[in-house]
Design a protein around this ligand. Structure first.
Ligand code: PEP
Ligand code: MG
Length: 594
């Protein structure tokens, strides 16, 4: 039998740094273990069949063997992992015990006179394709579980083992990691994961998150870059991977690692404490999320609510558009899972770099200045109305709010309100249950919106700064362009001035104002944001305990004095220097800034 040979790997001798996408933040350092699955070639599967009955027996033996292996794995796992993971094995065992499915494979062998291996390959593939074609993300992910089971069955038929054995603590590298792959590695020996493909909702990522193991994705072919036993540092905090680091780099990361671990542990313990400044002002620290499975993390990291639910995640992860019912179920669950805490659902922010597959999106010269967000929704009212209906219906307990992205003119607010009323009236007409009250907010992420905020704020219930875009549009720096990344400075005086102006306008009108751009997750910026008058900051869940602790380290009055001074400064560089100085003076625990 031919087993596909691993590709030739060119060894990297020098220290090499690569950018990685952080899926689960953290820092791992140690030897790489490149996990390869045997890949069976179609010719291997289609071996000559000597006896049909012999092949059927072979298939049955493989089923029994795989089923036993899964039962053992499940038993092993139940000690360490939660229900979610056990379900994967249960569903795989159930498939191997499904009489109709087994019969289908046996009939394939009998009627087509094919080998057991070929029958397994073909019937499993058909099932996988079916699941893959479904719109629901959950079912699409199940197709990966079926693929994994197919692999196990082929291994059992050919009697070849898998390469889960690691003897020393290692960082697992792979093209793709299935849940059972991840589980087979001894938990004590895994330091982190890096794969070519995957995503925030992949099971491997869920597993890594629940184990608090860093996980990064690098969509270059890792097998060509990393080899088992290469020493690697995966910095899934800053999004860097270092292969064959020098002794000096290792030493500096060792120090960092020790600090991170100690700090994170201590911070997590205090996650439930309020973020109260020294002079007793409580700051709401909220979570930015995209998917339902991030809600438990938001709770455990001490979020006071969801400050930004980027709903485009729901649209981007599937091939077709999600229908009203699908969206309703998701929004309803977020509302329920957050119980009485607020949840700000942002309406679809399509366009720019988030192009929906099923929309005939025109080729644009400047997509970020183009058919994006609310502009898109107001033109594609069927899509917008479907989302609004789902949100209104899901808001039975009243903790949901609606946030409109990329507002640049009054007409966009007026039209949104008009459409919202139309949707309510349609729901009333149909007799569908929904809550009439739904707070409406706008993102302040275009300079025009900040400048016009005294007018715009009258029309809405709340405002939220999107400093990622506000910086991009104010400084004319494409946020996705690496080449000018150094110019992307969200502490630029122009940004601070726009924020100050907007906050004053919001306060004068008694309107709530928050921030959900990445600036809120930058420790340096916290005294600036508080000094500017913000009392609601929204960020990735994992950073919340750290930011809460930082908030507890100074008073509002000293932040206000800092901001008074910063607003007189002419450059971002000077502002950053001054904020750093402020930290040095006020925060005794400098490690909070790592
Ligand atoms: C922002 O622009 O700051 C923001 C929060 O929105 P997004 O990053 O999704 O564009
Ligand atoms: Mg934005």
């Amino acid at each position: 039998m031919k087993i596909k040979n691993s590709e030739k790997i060119s060894r990297i001798k020098k220290e090499v740094r690569l950018d990685v996408l952080s899926i689960v933040p953290g820092l791992a350092m140690g030897p790489a273990y490149y996990f390869r699955k045997f890949s069976f070639e179609i010719d291997d599967l289609n071996y000559p069949v000597e006896s049909i009955q012999g092949e059927i027996e072979r298939f049955r033996r493989a089923c029994a063997k795989t089923s036993n292996l899964l039962k053992k794995t499940k038993q092993l796992s139940s000690v360490i992992y939660d229900e979610q993971f056990l379900e994967i094995f249960e569903s795989q065992i159930a498939l191997l015990e499904d009489r109709i499915f087994l019969k289908e494979i046996e009939t394939f062998i009998r009627e087509k006179k094919h080998s057991a291996a070929f029958a397994v390959f073909s019937v499993f593939r058909e099932k996988m394709d079916y699941f893959m074609g479904l719109e629901n993300e959950y079912f699409r992910e199940r197709s990966l579980d079926i693929q994994d089971l197919k692999h196990k069955m082929l291994h059992a038929i050919f009697g070849v083992g898998t390469e889960y054995q690691i003897s020393i603590p290692s960082i697992i590298f792979a093209e793709y990691l299935s849940p059972s792959d991840t589980i087979h590695f001894s938990r004590n020996l895994v330091l982190g994961f890096v794969s070519d493909t995957g995503g925030k909702t992949s099971h491997a990522a869920i597993l890594a998150r629940s184990l608090n193991l860093p996980y990064a994705i690098n969509n270059q072919n890792l097998s060509k870059i990393v080899q088992t036993e290469d020493f690697v540092i995966v910095d899934a905090y800053s999004g860097q991977m270092i292969i064959n680091p020098t002794r000096k780099t290792i030493e500096s990361y060792k120090e960092l690692k020790k600090k991170y671990t100690e700090i994170d542990l201590a911070l997590k313990e205090e996650a439930g404490l309020p973020a109260r400044t020294l002079d007793g002002v409580e700051i709401d620290v909220l979570a930015n999320v995209e998917f339902l499975n991030e809600i438990p993390g938001a709770h455990s990291y001490g979020a006071n609510g969801i400050g930004l639910f980027r709903t485009e995640g729901i649209f981007l992860e599937k091939d077709g558009l999600p229908d009203e019912e699908e969206q309703y179920q998701i929004y309803r669950r977020v509302s329920e899972e957050m119980i009485d805490k607020p949840v700000i659902l942002r309406s679809l922010d399509a366009g720019g770099d988030k192009v929906l597959k099923d929309i005939d999106h025109p080729e644009e010269q400047n997509p970020f200045l183009g058919w994006r967000a609310i502009r898109f929704c107001l033109d594609e009212q069927d899509i917008f109305k479907t989302q609004l209906r789902a949100i209104l219906r899901a808001n039975i307990s009243g903790n949901l709010k609606l946030l409109i992205p990329m507002v640049s003119c009054l007409r966009e607010i007026e039209e949104t309100k008009k459409i919202l009323e139309e949707v309510k009236s349609e729901l009333r007409h149909k007799g569908q249950e929904f809550r009439e009250e739904l707070e409406l907010g706008i993102m302040i992420e275009i300079p025009a919106a900040a400048i016009m905020s005294d007018i715009f704020a009258r029309e809405v219930d709340f405002l939220s700064f999107g400093t990622n875009d506000l910086t991009q549009y104010t400084l004319a720096v494409d946020r996705t362009n690496q080449k000018i990344a150094r110019l992307f400075n969200d502490l630029h005086p122009a940004i601070l001035r726009l924020m100050q102006m907007t906050i004053t306008n919001a306060h004068n009108l008694n309107k709530e104002i928050s921030i959900c751009g990445e600036l809120a997750a930058n420790p340096d910026a916290i005294p600036v944001l508080i000094g500017l008058g913000l009392r609601k900051l929204s960020m990735s869940p994992f950073i919340i305990p750290r930011i809460k602790k930082i908030i507890r380290s100074f008073s509002v009055s000293e932040c206000e004095s800092l901001v008074d001074h910063l607003l007189t400064l002419p450059s971002a560089l000077q502002i950053i220097e001054e904020t750093k100085k402020f930290f040095n003076d006020k925060i005794s625990n400098k490690d909070l800034l790592i």
